[in-house]
Ligand binder design. Structure first.
Ligand code: SAM
Length: 237
């Protein structure tokens, strides 16, 4: 954790002081091994960040005094349109997309996404919210990506995707495409990434008909987890 996230409800009457007594204190004490007088980076969820000084440590409580003036880092102009991954992998993938600065994440149904995945507690709002908080804490960001779900492929791709793509570049990452990836994208972009078994040809056709262009990173087929980080790094960073 490179930034300790404070929730608005953590703040009491004094907006510059706080006493924590939850899992964050364990992290401060046992992982960061911070002591009285040490400085930590803190940020207010969806708000500014700054430095905090530890003013007291006792038992399971840590008191901090802080000033929050630094705006959050800019997000990438990126919507990740991600076929719902295997639930076991979803947390890690969402955390990585958050770390890398995706502004929006849409979880998409696809023929090769098992129906039961949508019911898994590992892809619940609560689990994925925690994963995104971890991504923010890692990256020193405070602003949550907007997370939504498109549980029906065809209505989403036919009715919503074309307007989502207005004034944006739409890219479909597909191992078998002939085009190579664009580089250093600065404009708004929707990046579609397939499920473990890949998008079926019908889905690729529908995504392309909605306005997306397919491209490949080359003949190596990457696991979704690897593909998400590689694709974002290759296209934006
Ligand atoms: N067996 C699947 C296939 O043949 O399409 C592999 C899918 S891969 C595990 C999951 C997703 O990662 C793909 O649908 C694609 O979006 C992305 N991906 C993986 N390797 C890629 C590559 N070399 N170029 C572009 N995208 C890739």
């Amino acid at each position: 954790m490179n930034l300790l996230l404070l929730q608005p409800e953590d703040l009491g009457t004094n907006p510059n002081r706080i006493t924590l007594s939850d899992a964050r204190t364990d992290h401060i004490r046992n992982v960061l091994r911070a002591n009285l007088g040490d400085t930590l980076k803190v940020g207010l969820l969806n708000g500014p960040s700054g430095n905090a000084t530890i003013t007291a440590i006792s038992g399971s409580k840590v008191s901090l005094e802080f000033e929050l003036h630094t705006p959050p880092p800019a997000k990438l102009p990126l919507t990740v349109l991600l076929a719902l991954p295997r639930p076991k992998m979803a947390r890690r993938i969402i955390r990585a997309a958050t770390e890398l600065g995706a502004a929006d994440i849409i979880l998409l149904n696809s023929y090769r996404v098992e129906k039961s995945y949508w019911q898994s507690p590992l892809v619940s709002d609560d689990t994925l919210h925690k994963a995104m908080l971890e991504g923010l804490e890692q990256a020193g960001d405070t602003v949550l990506p907007r997370l939504s779900r498109a549980k029906r492929f065809k209505p989403f791709v036919e009715d919503e995707l074309p307007s989502l793509l207005e004034n944006k570049i739409g890219l479909l990452a597909h191992p078998y495409a002939e085009q190579s990836p664009p580089q250093a994208i600065k404009q708004d972009c929707v990046l579609a990434i397939g499920p473990e078994g890949g998008f079926i040809p019908y889905e690729c056709e529908k995504l392309i008909a909605a306005g997306m262009q397919s491209f490949s990173l080359g003949p190596r087929i990457l696991k979704t987890e690897t593909a998400v980080s590689t694709l974002i790094g290759r296209l934006f960073l």
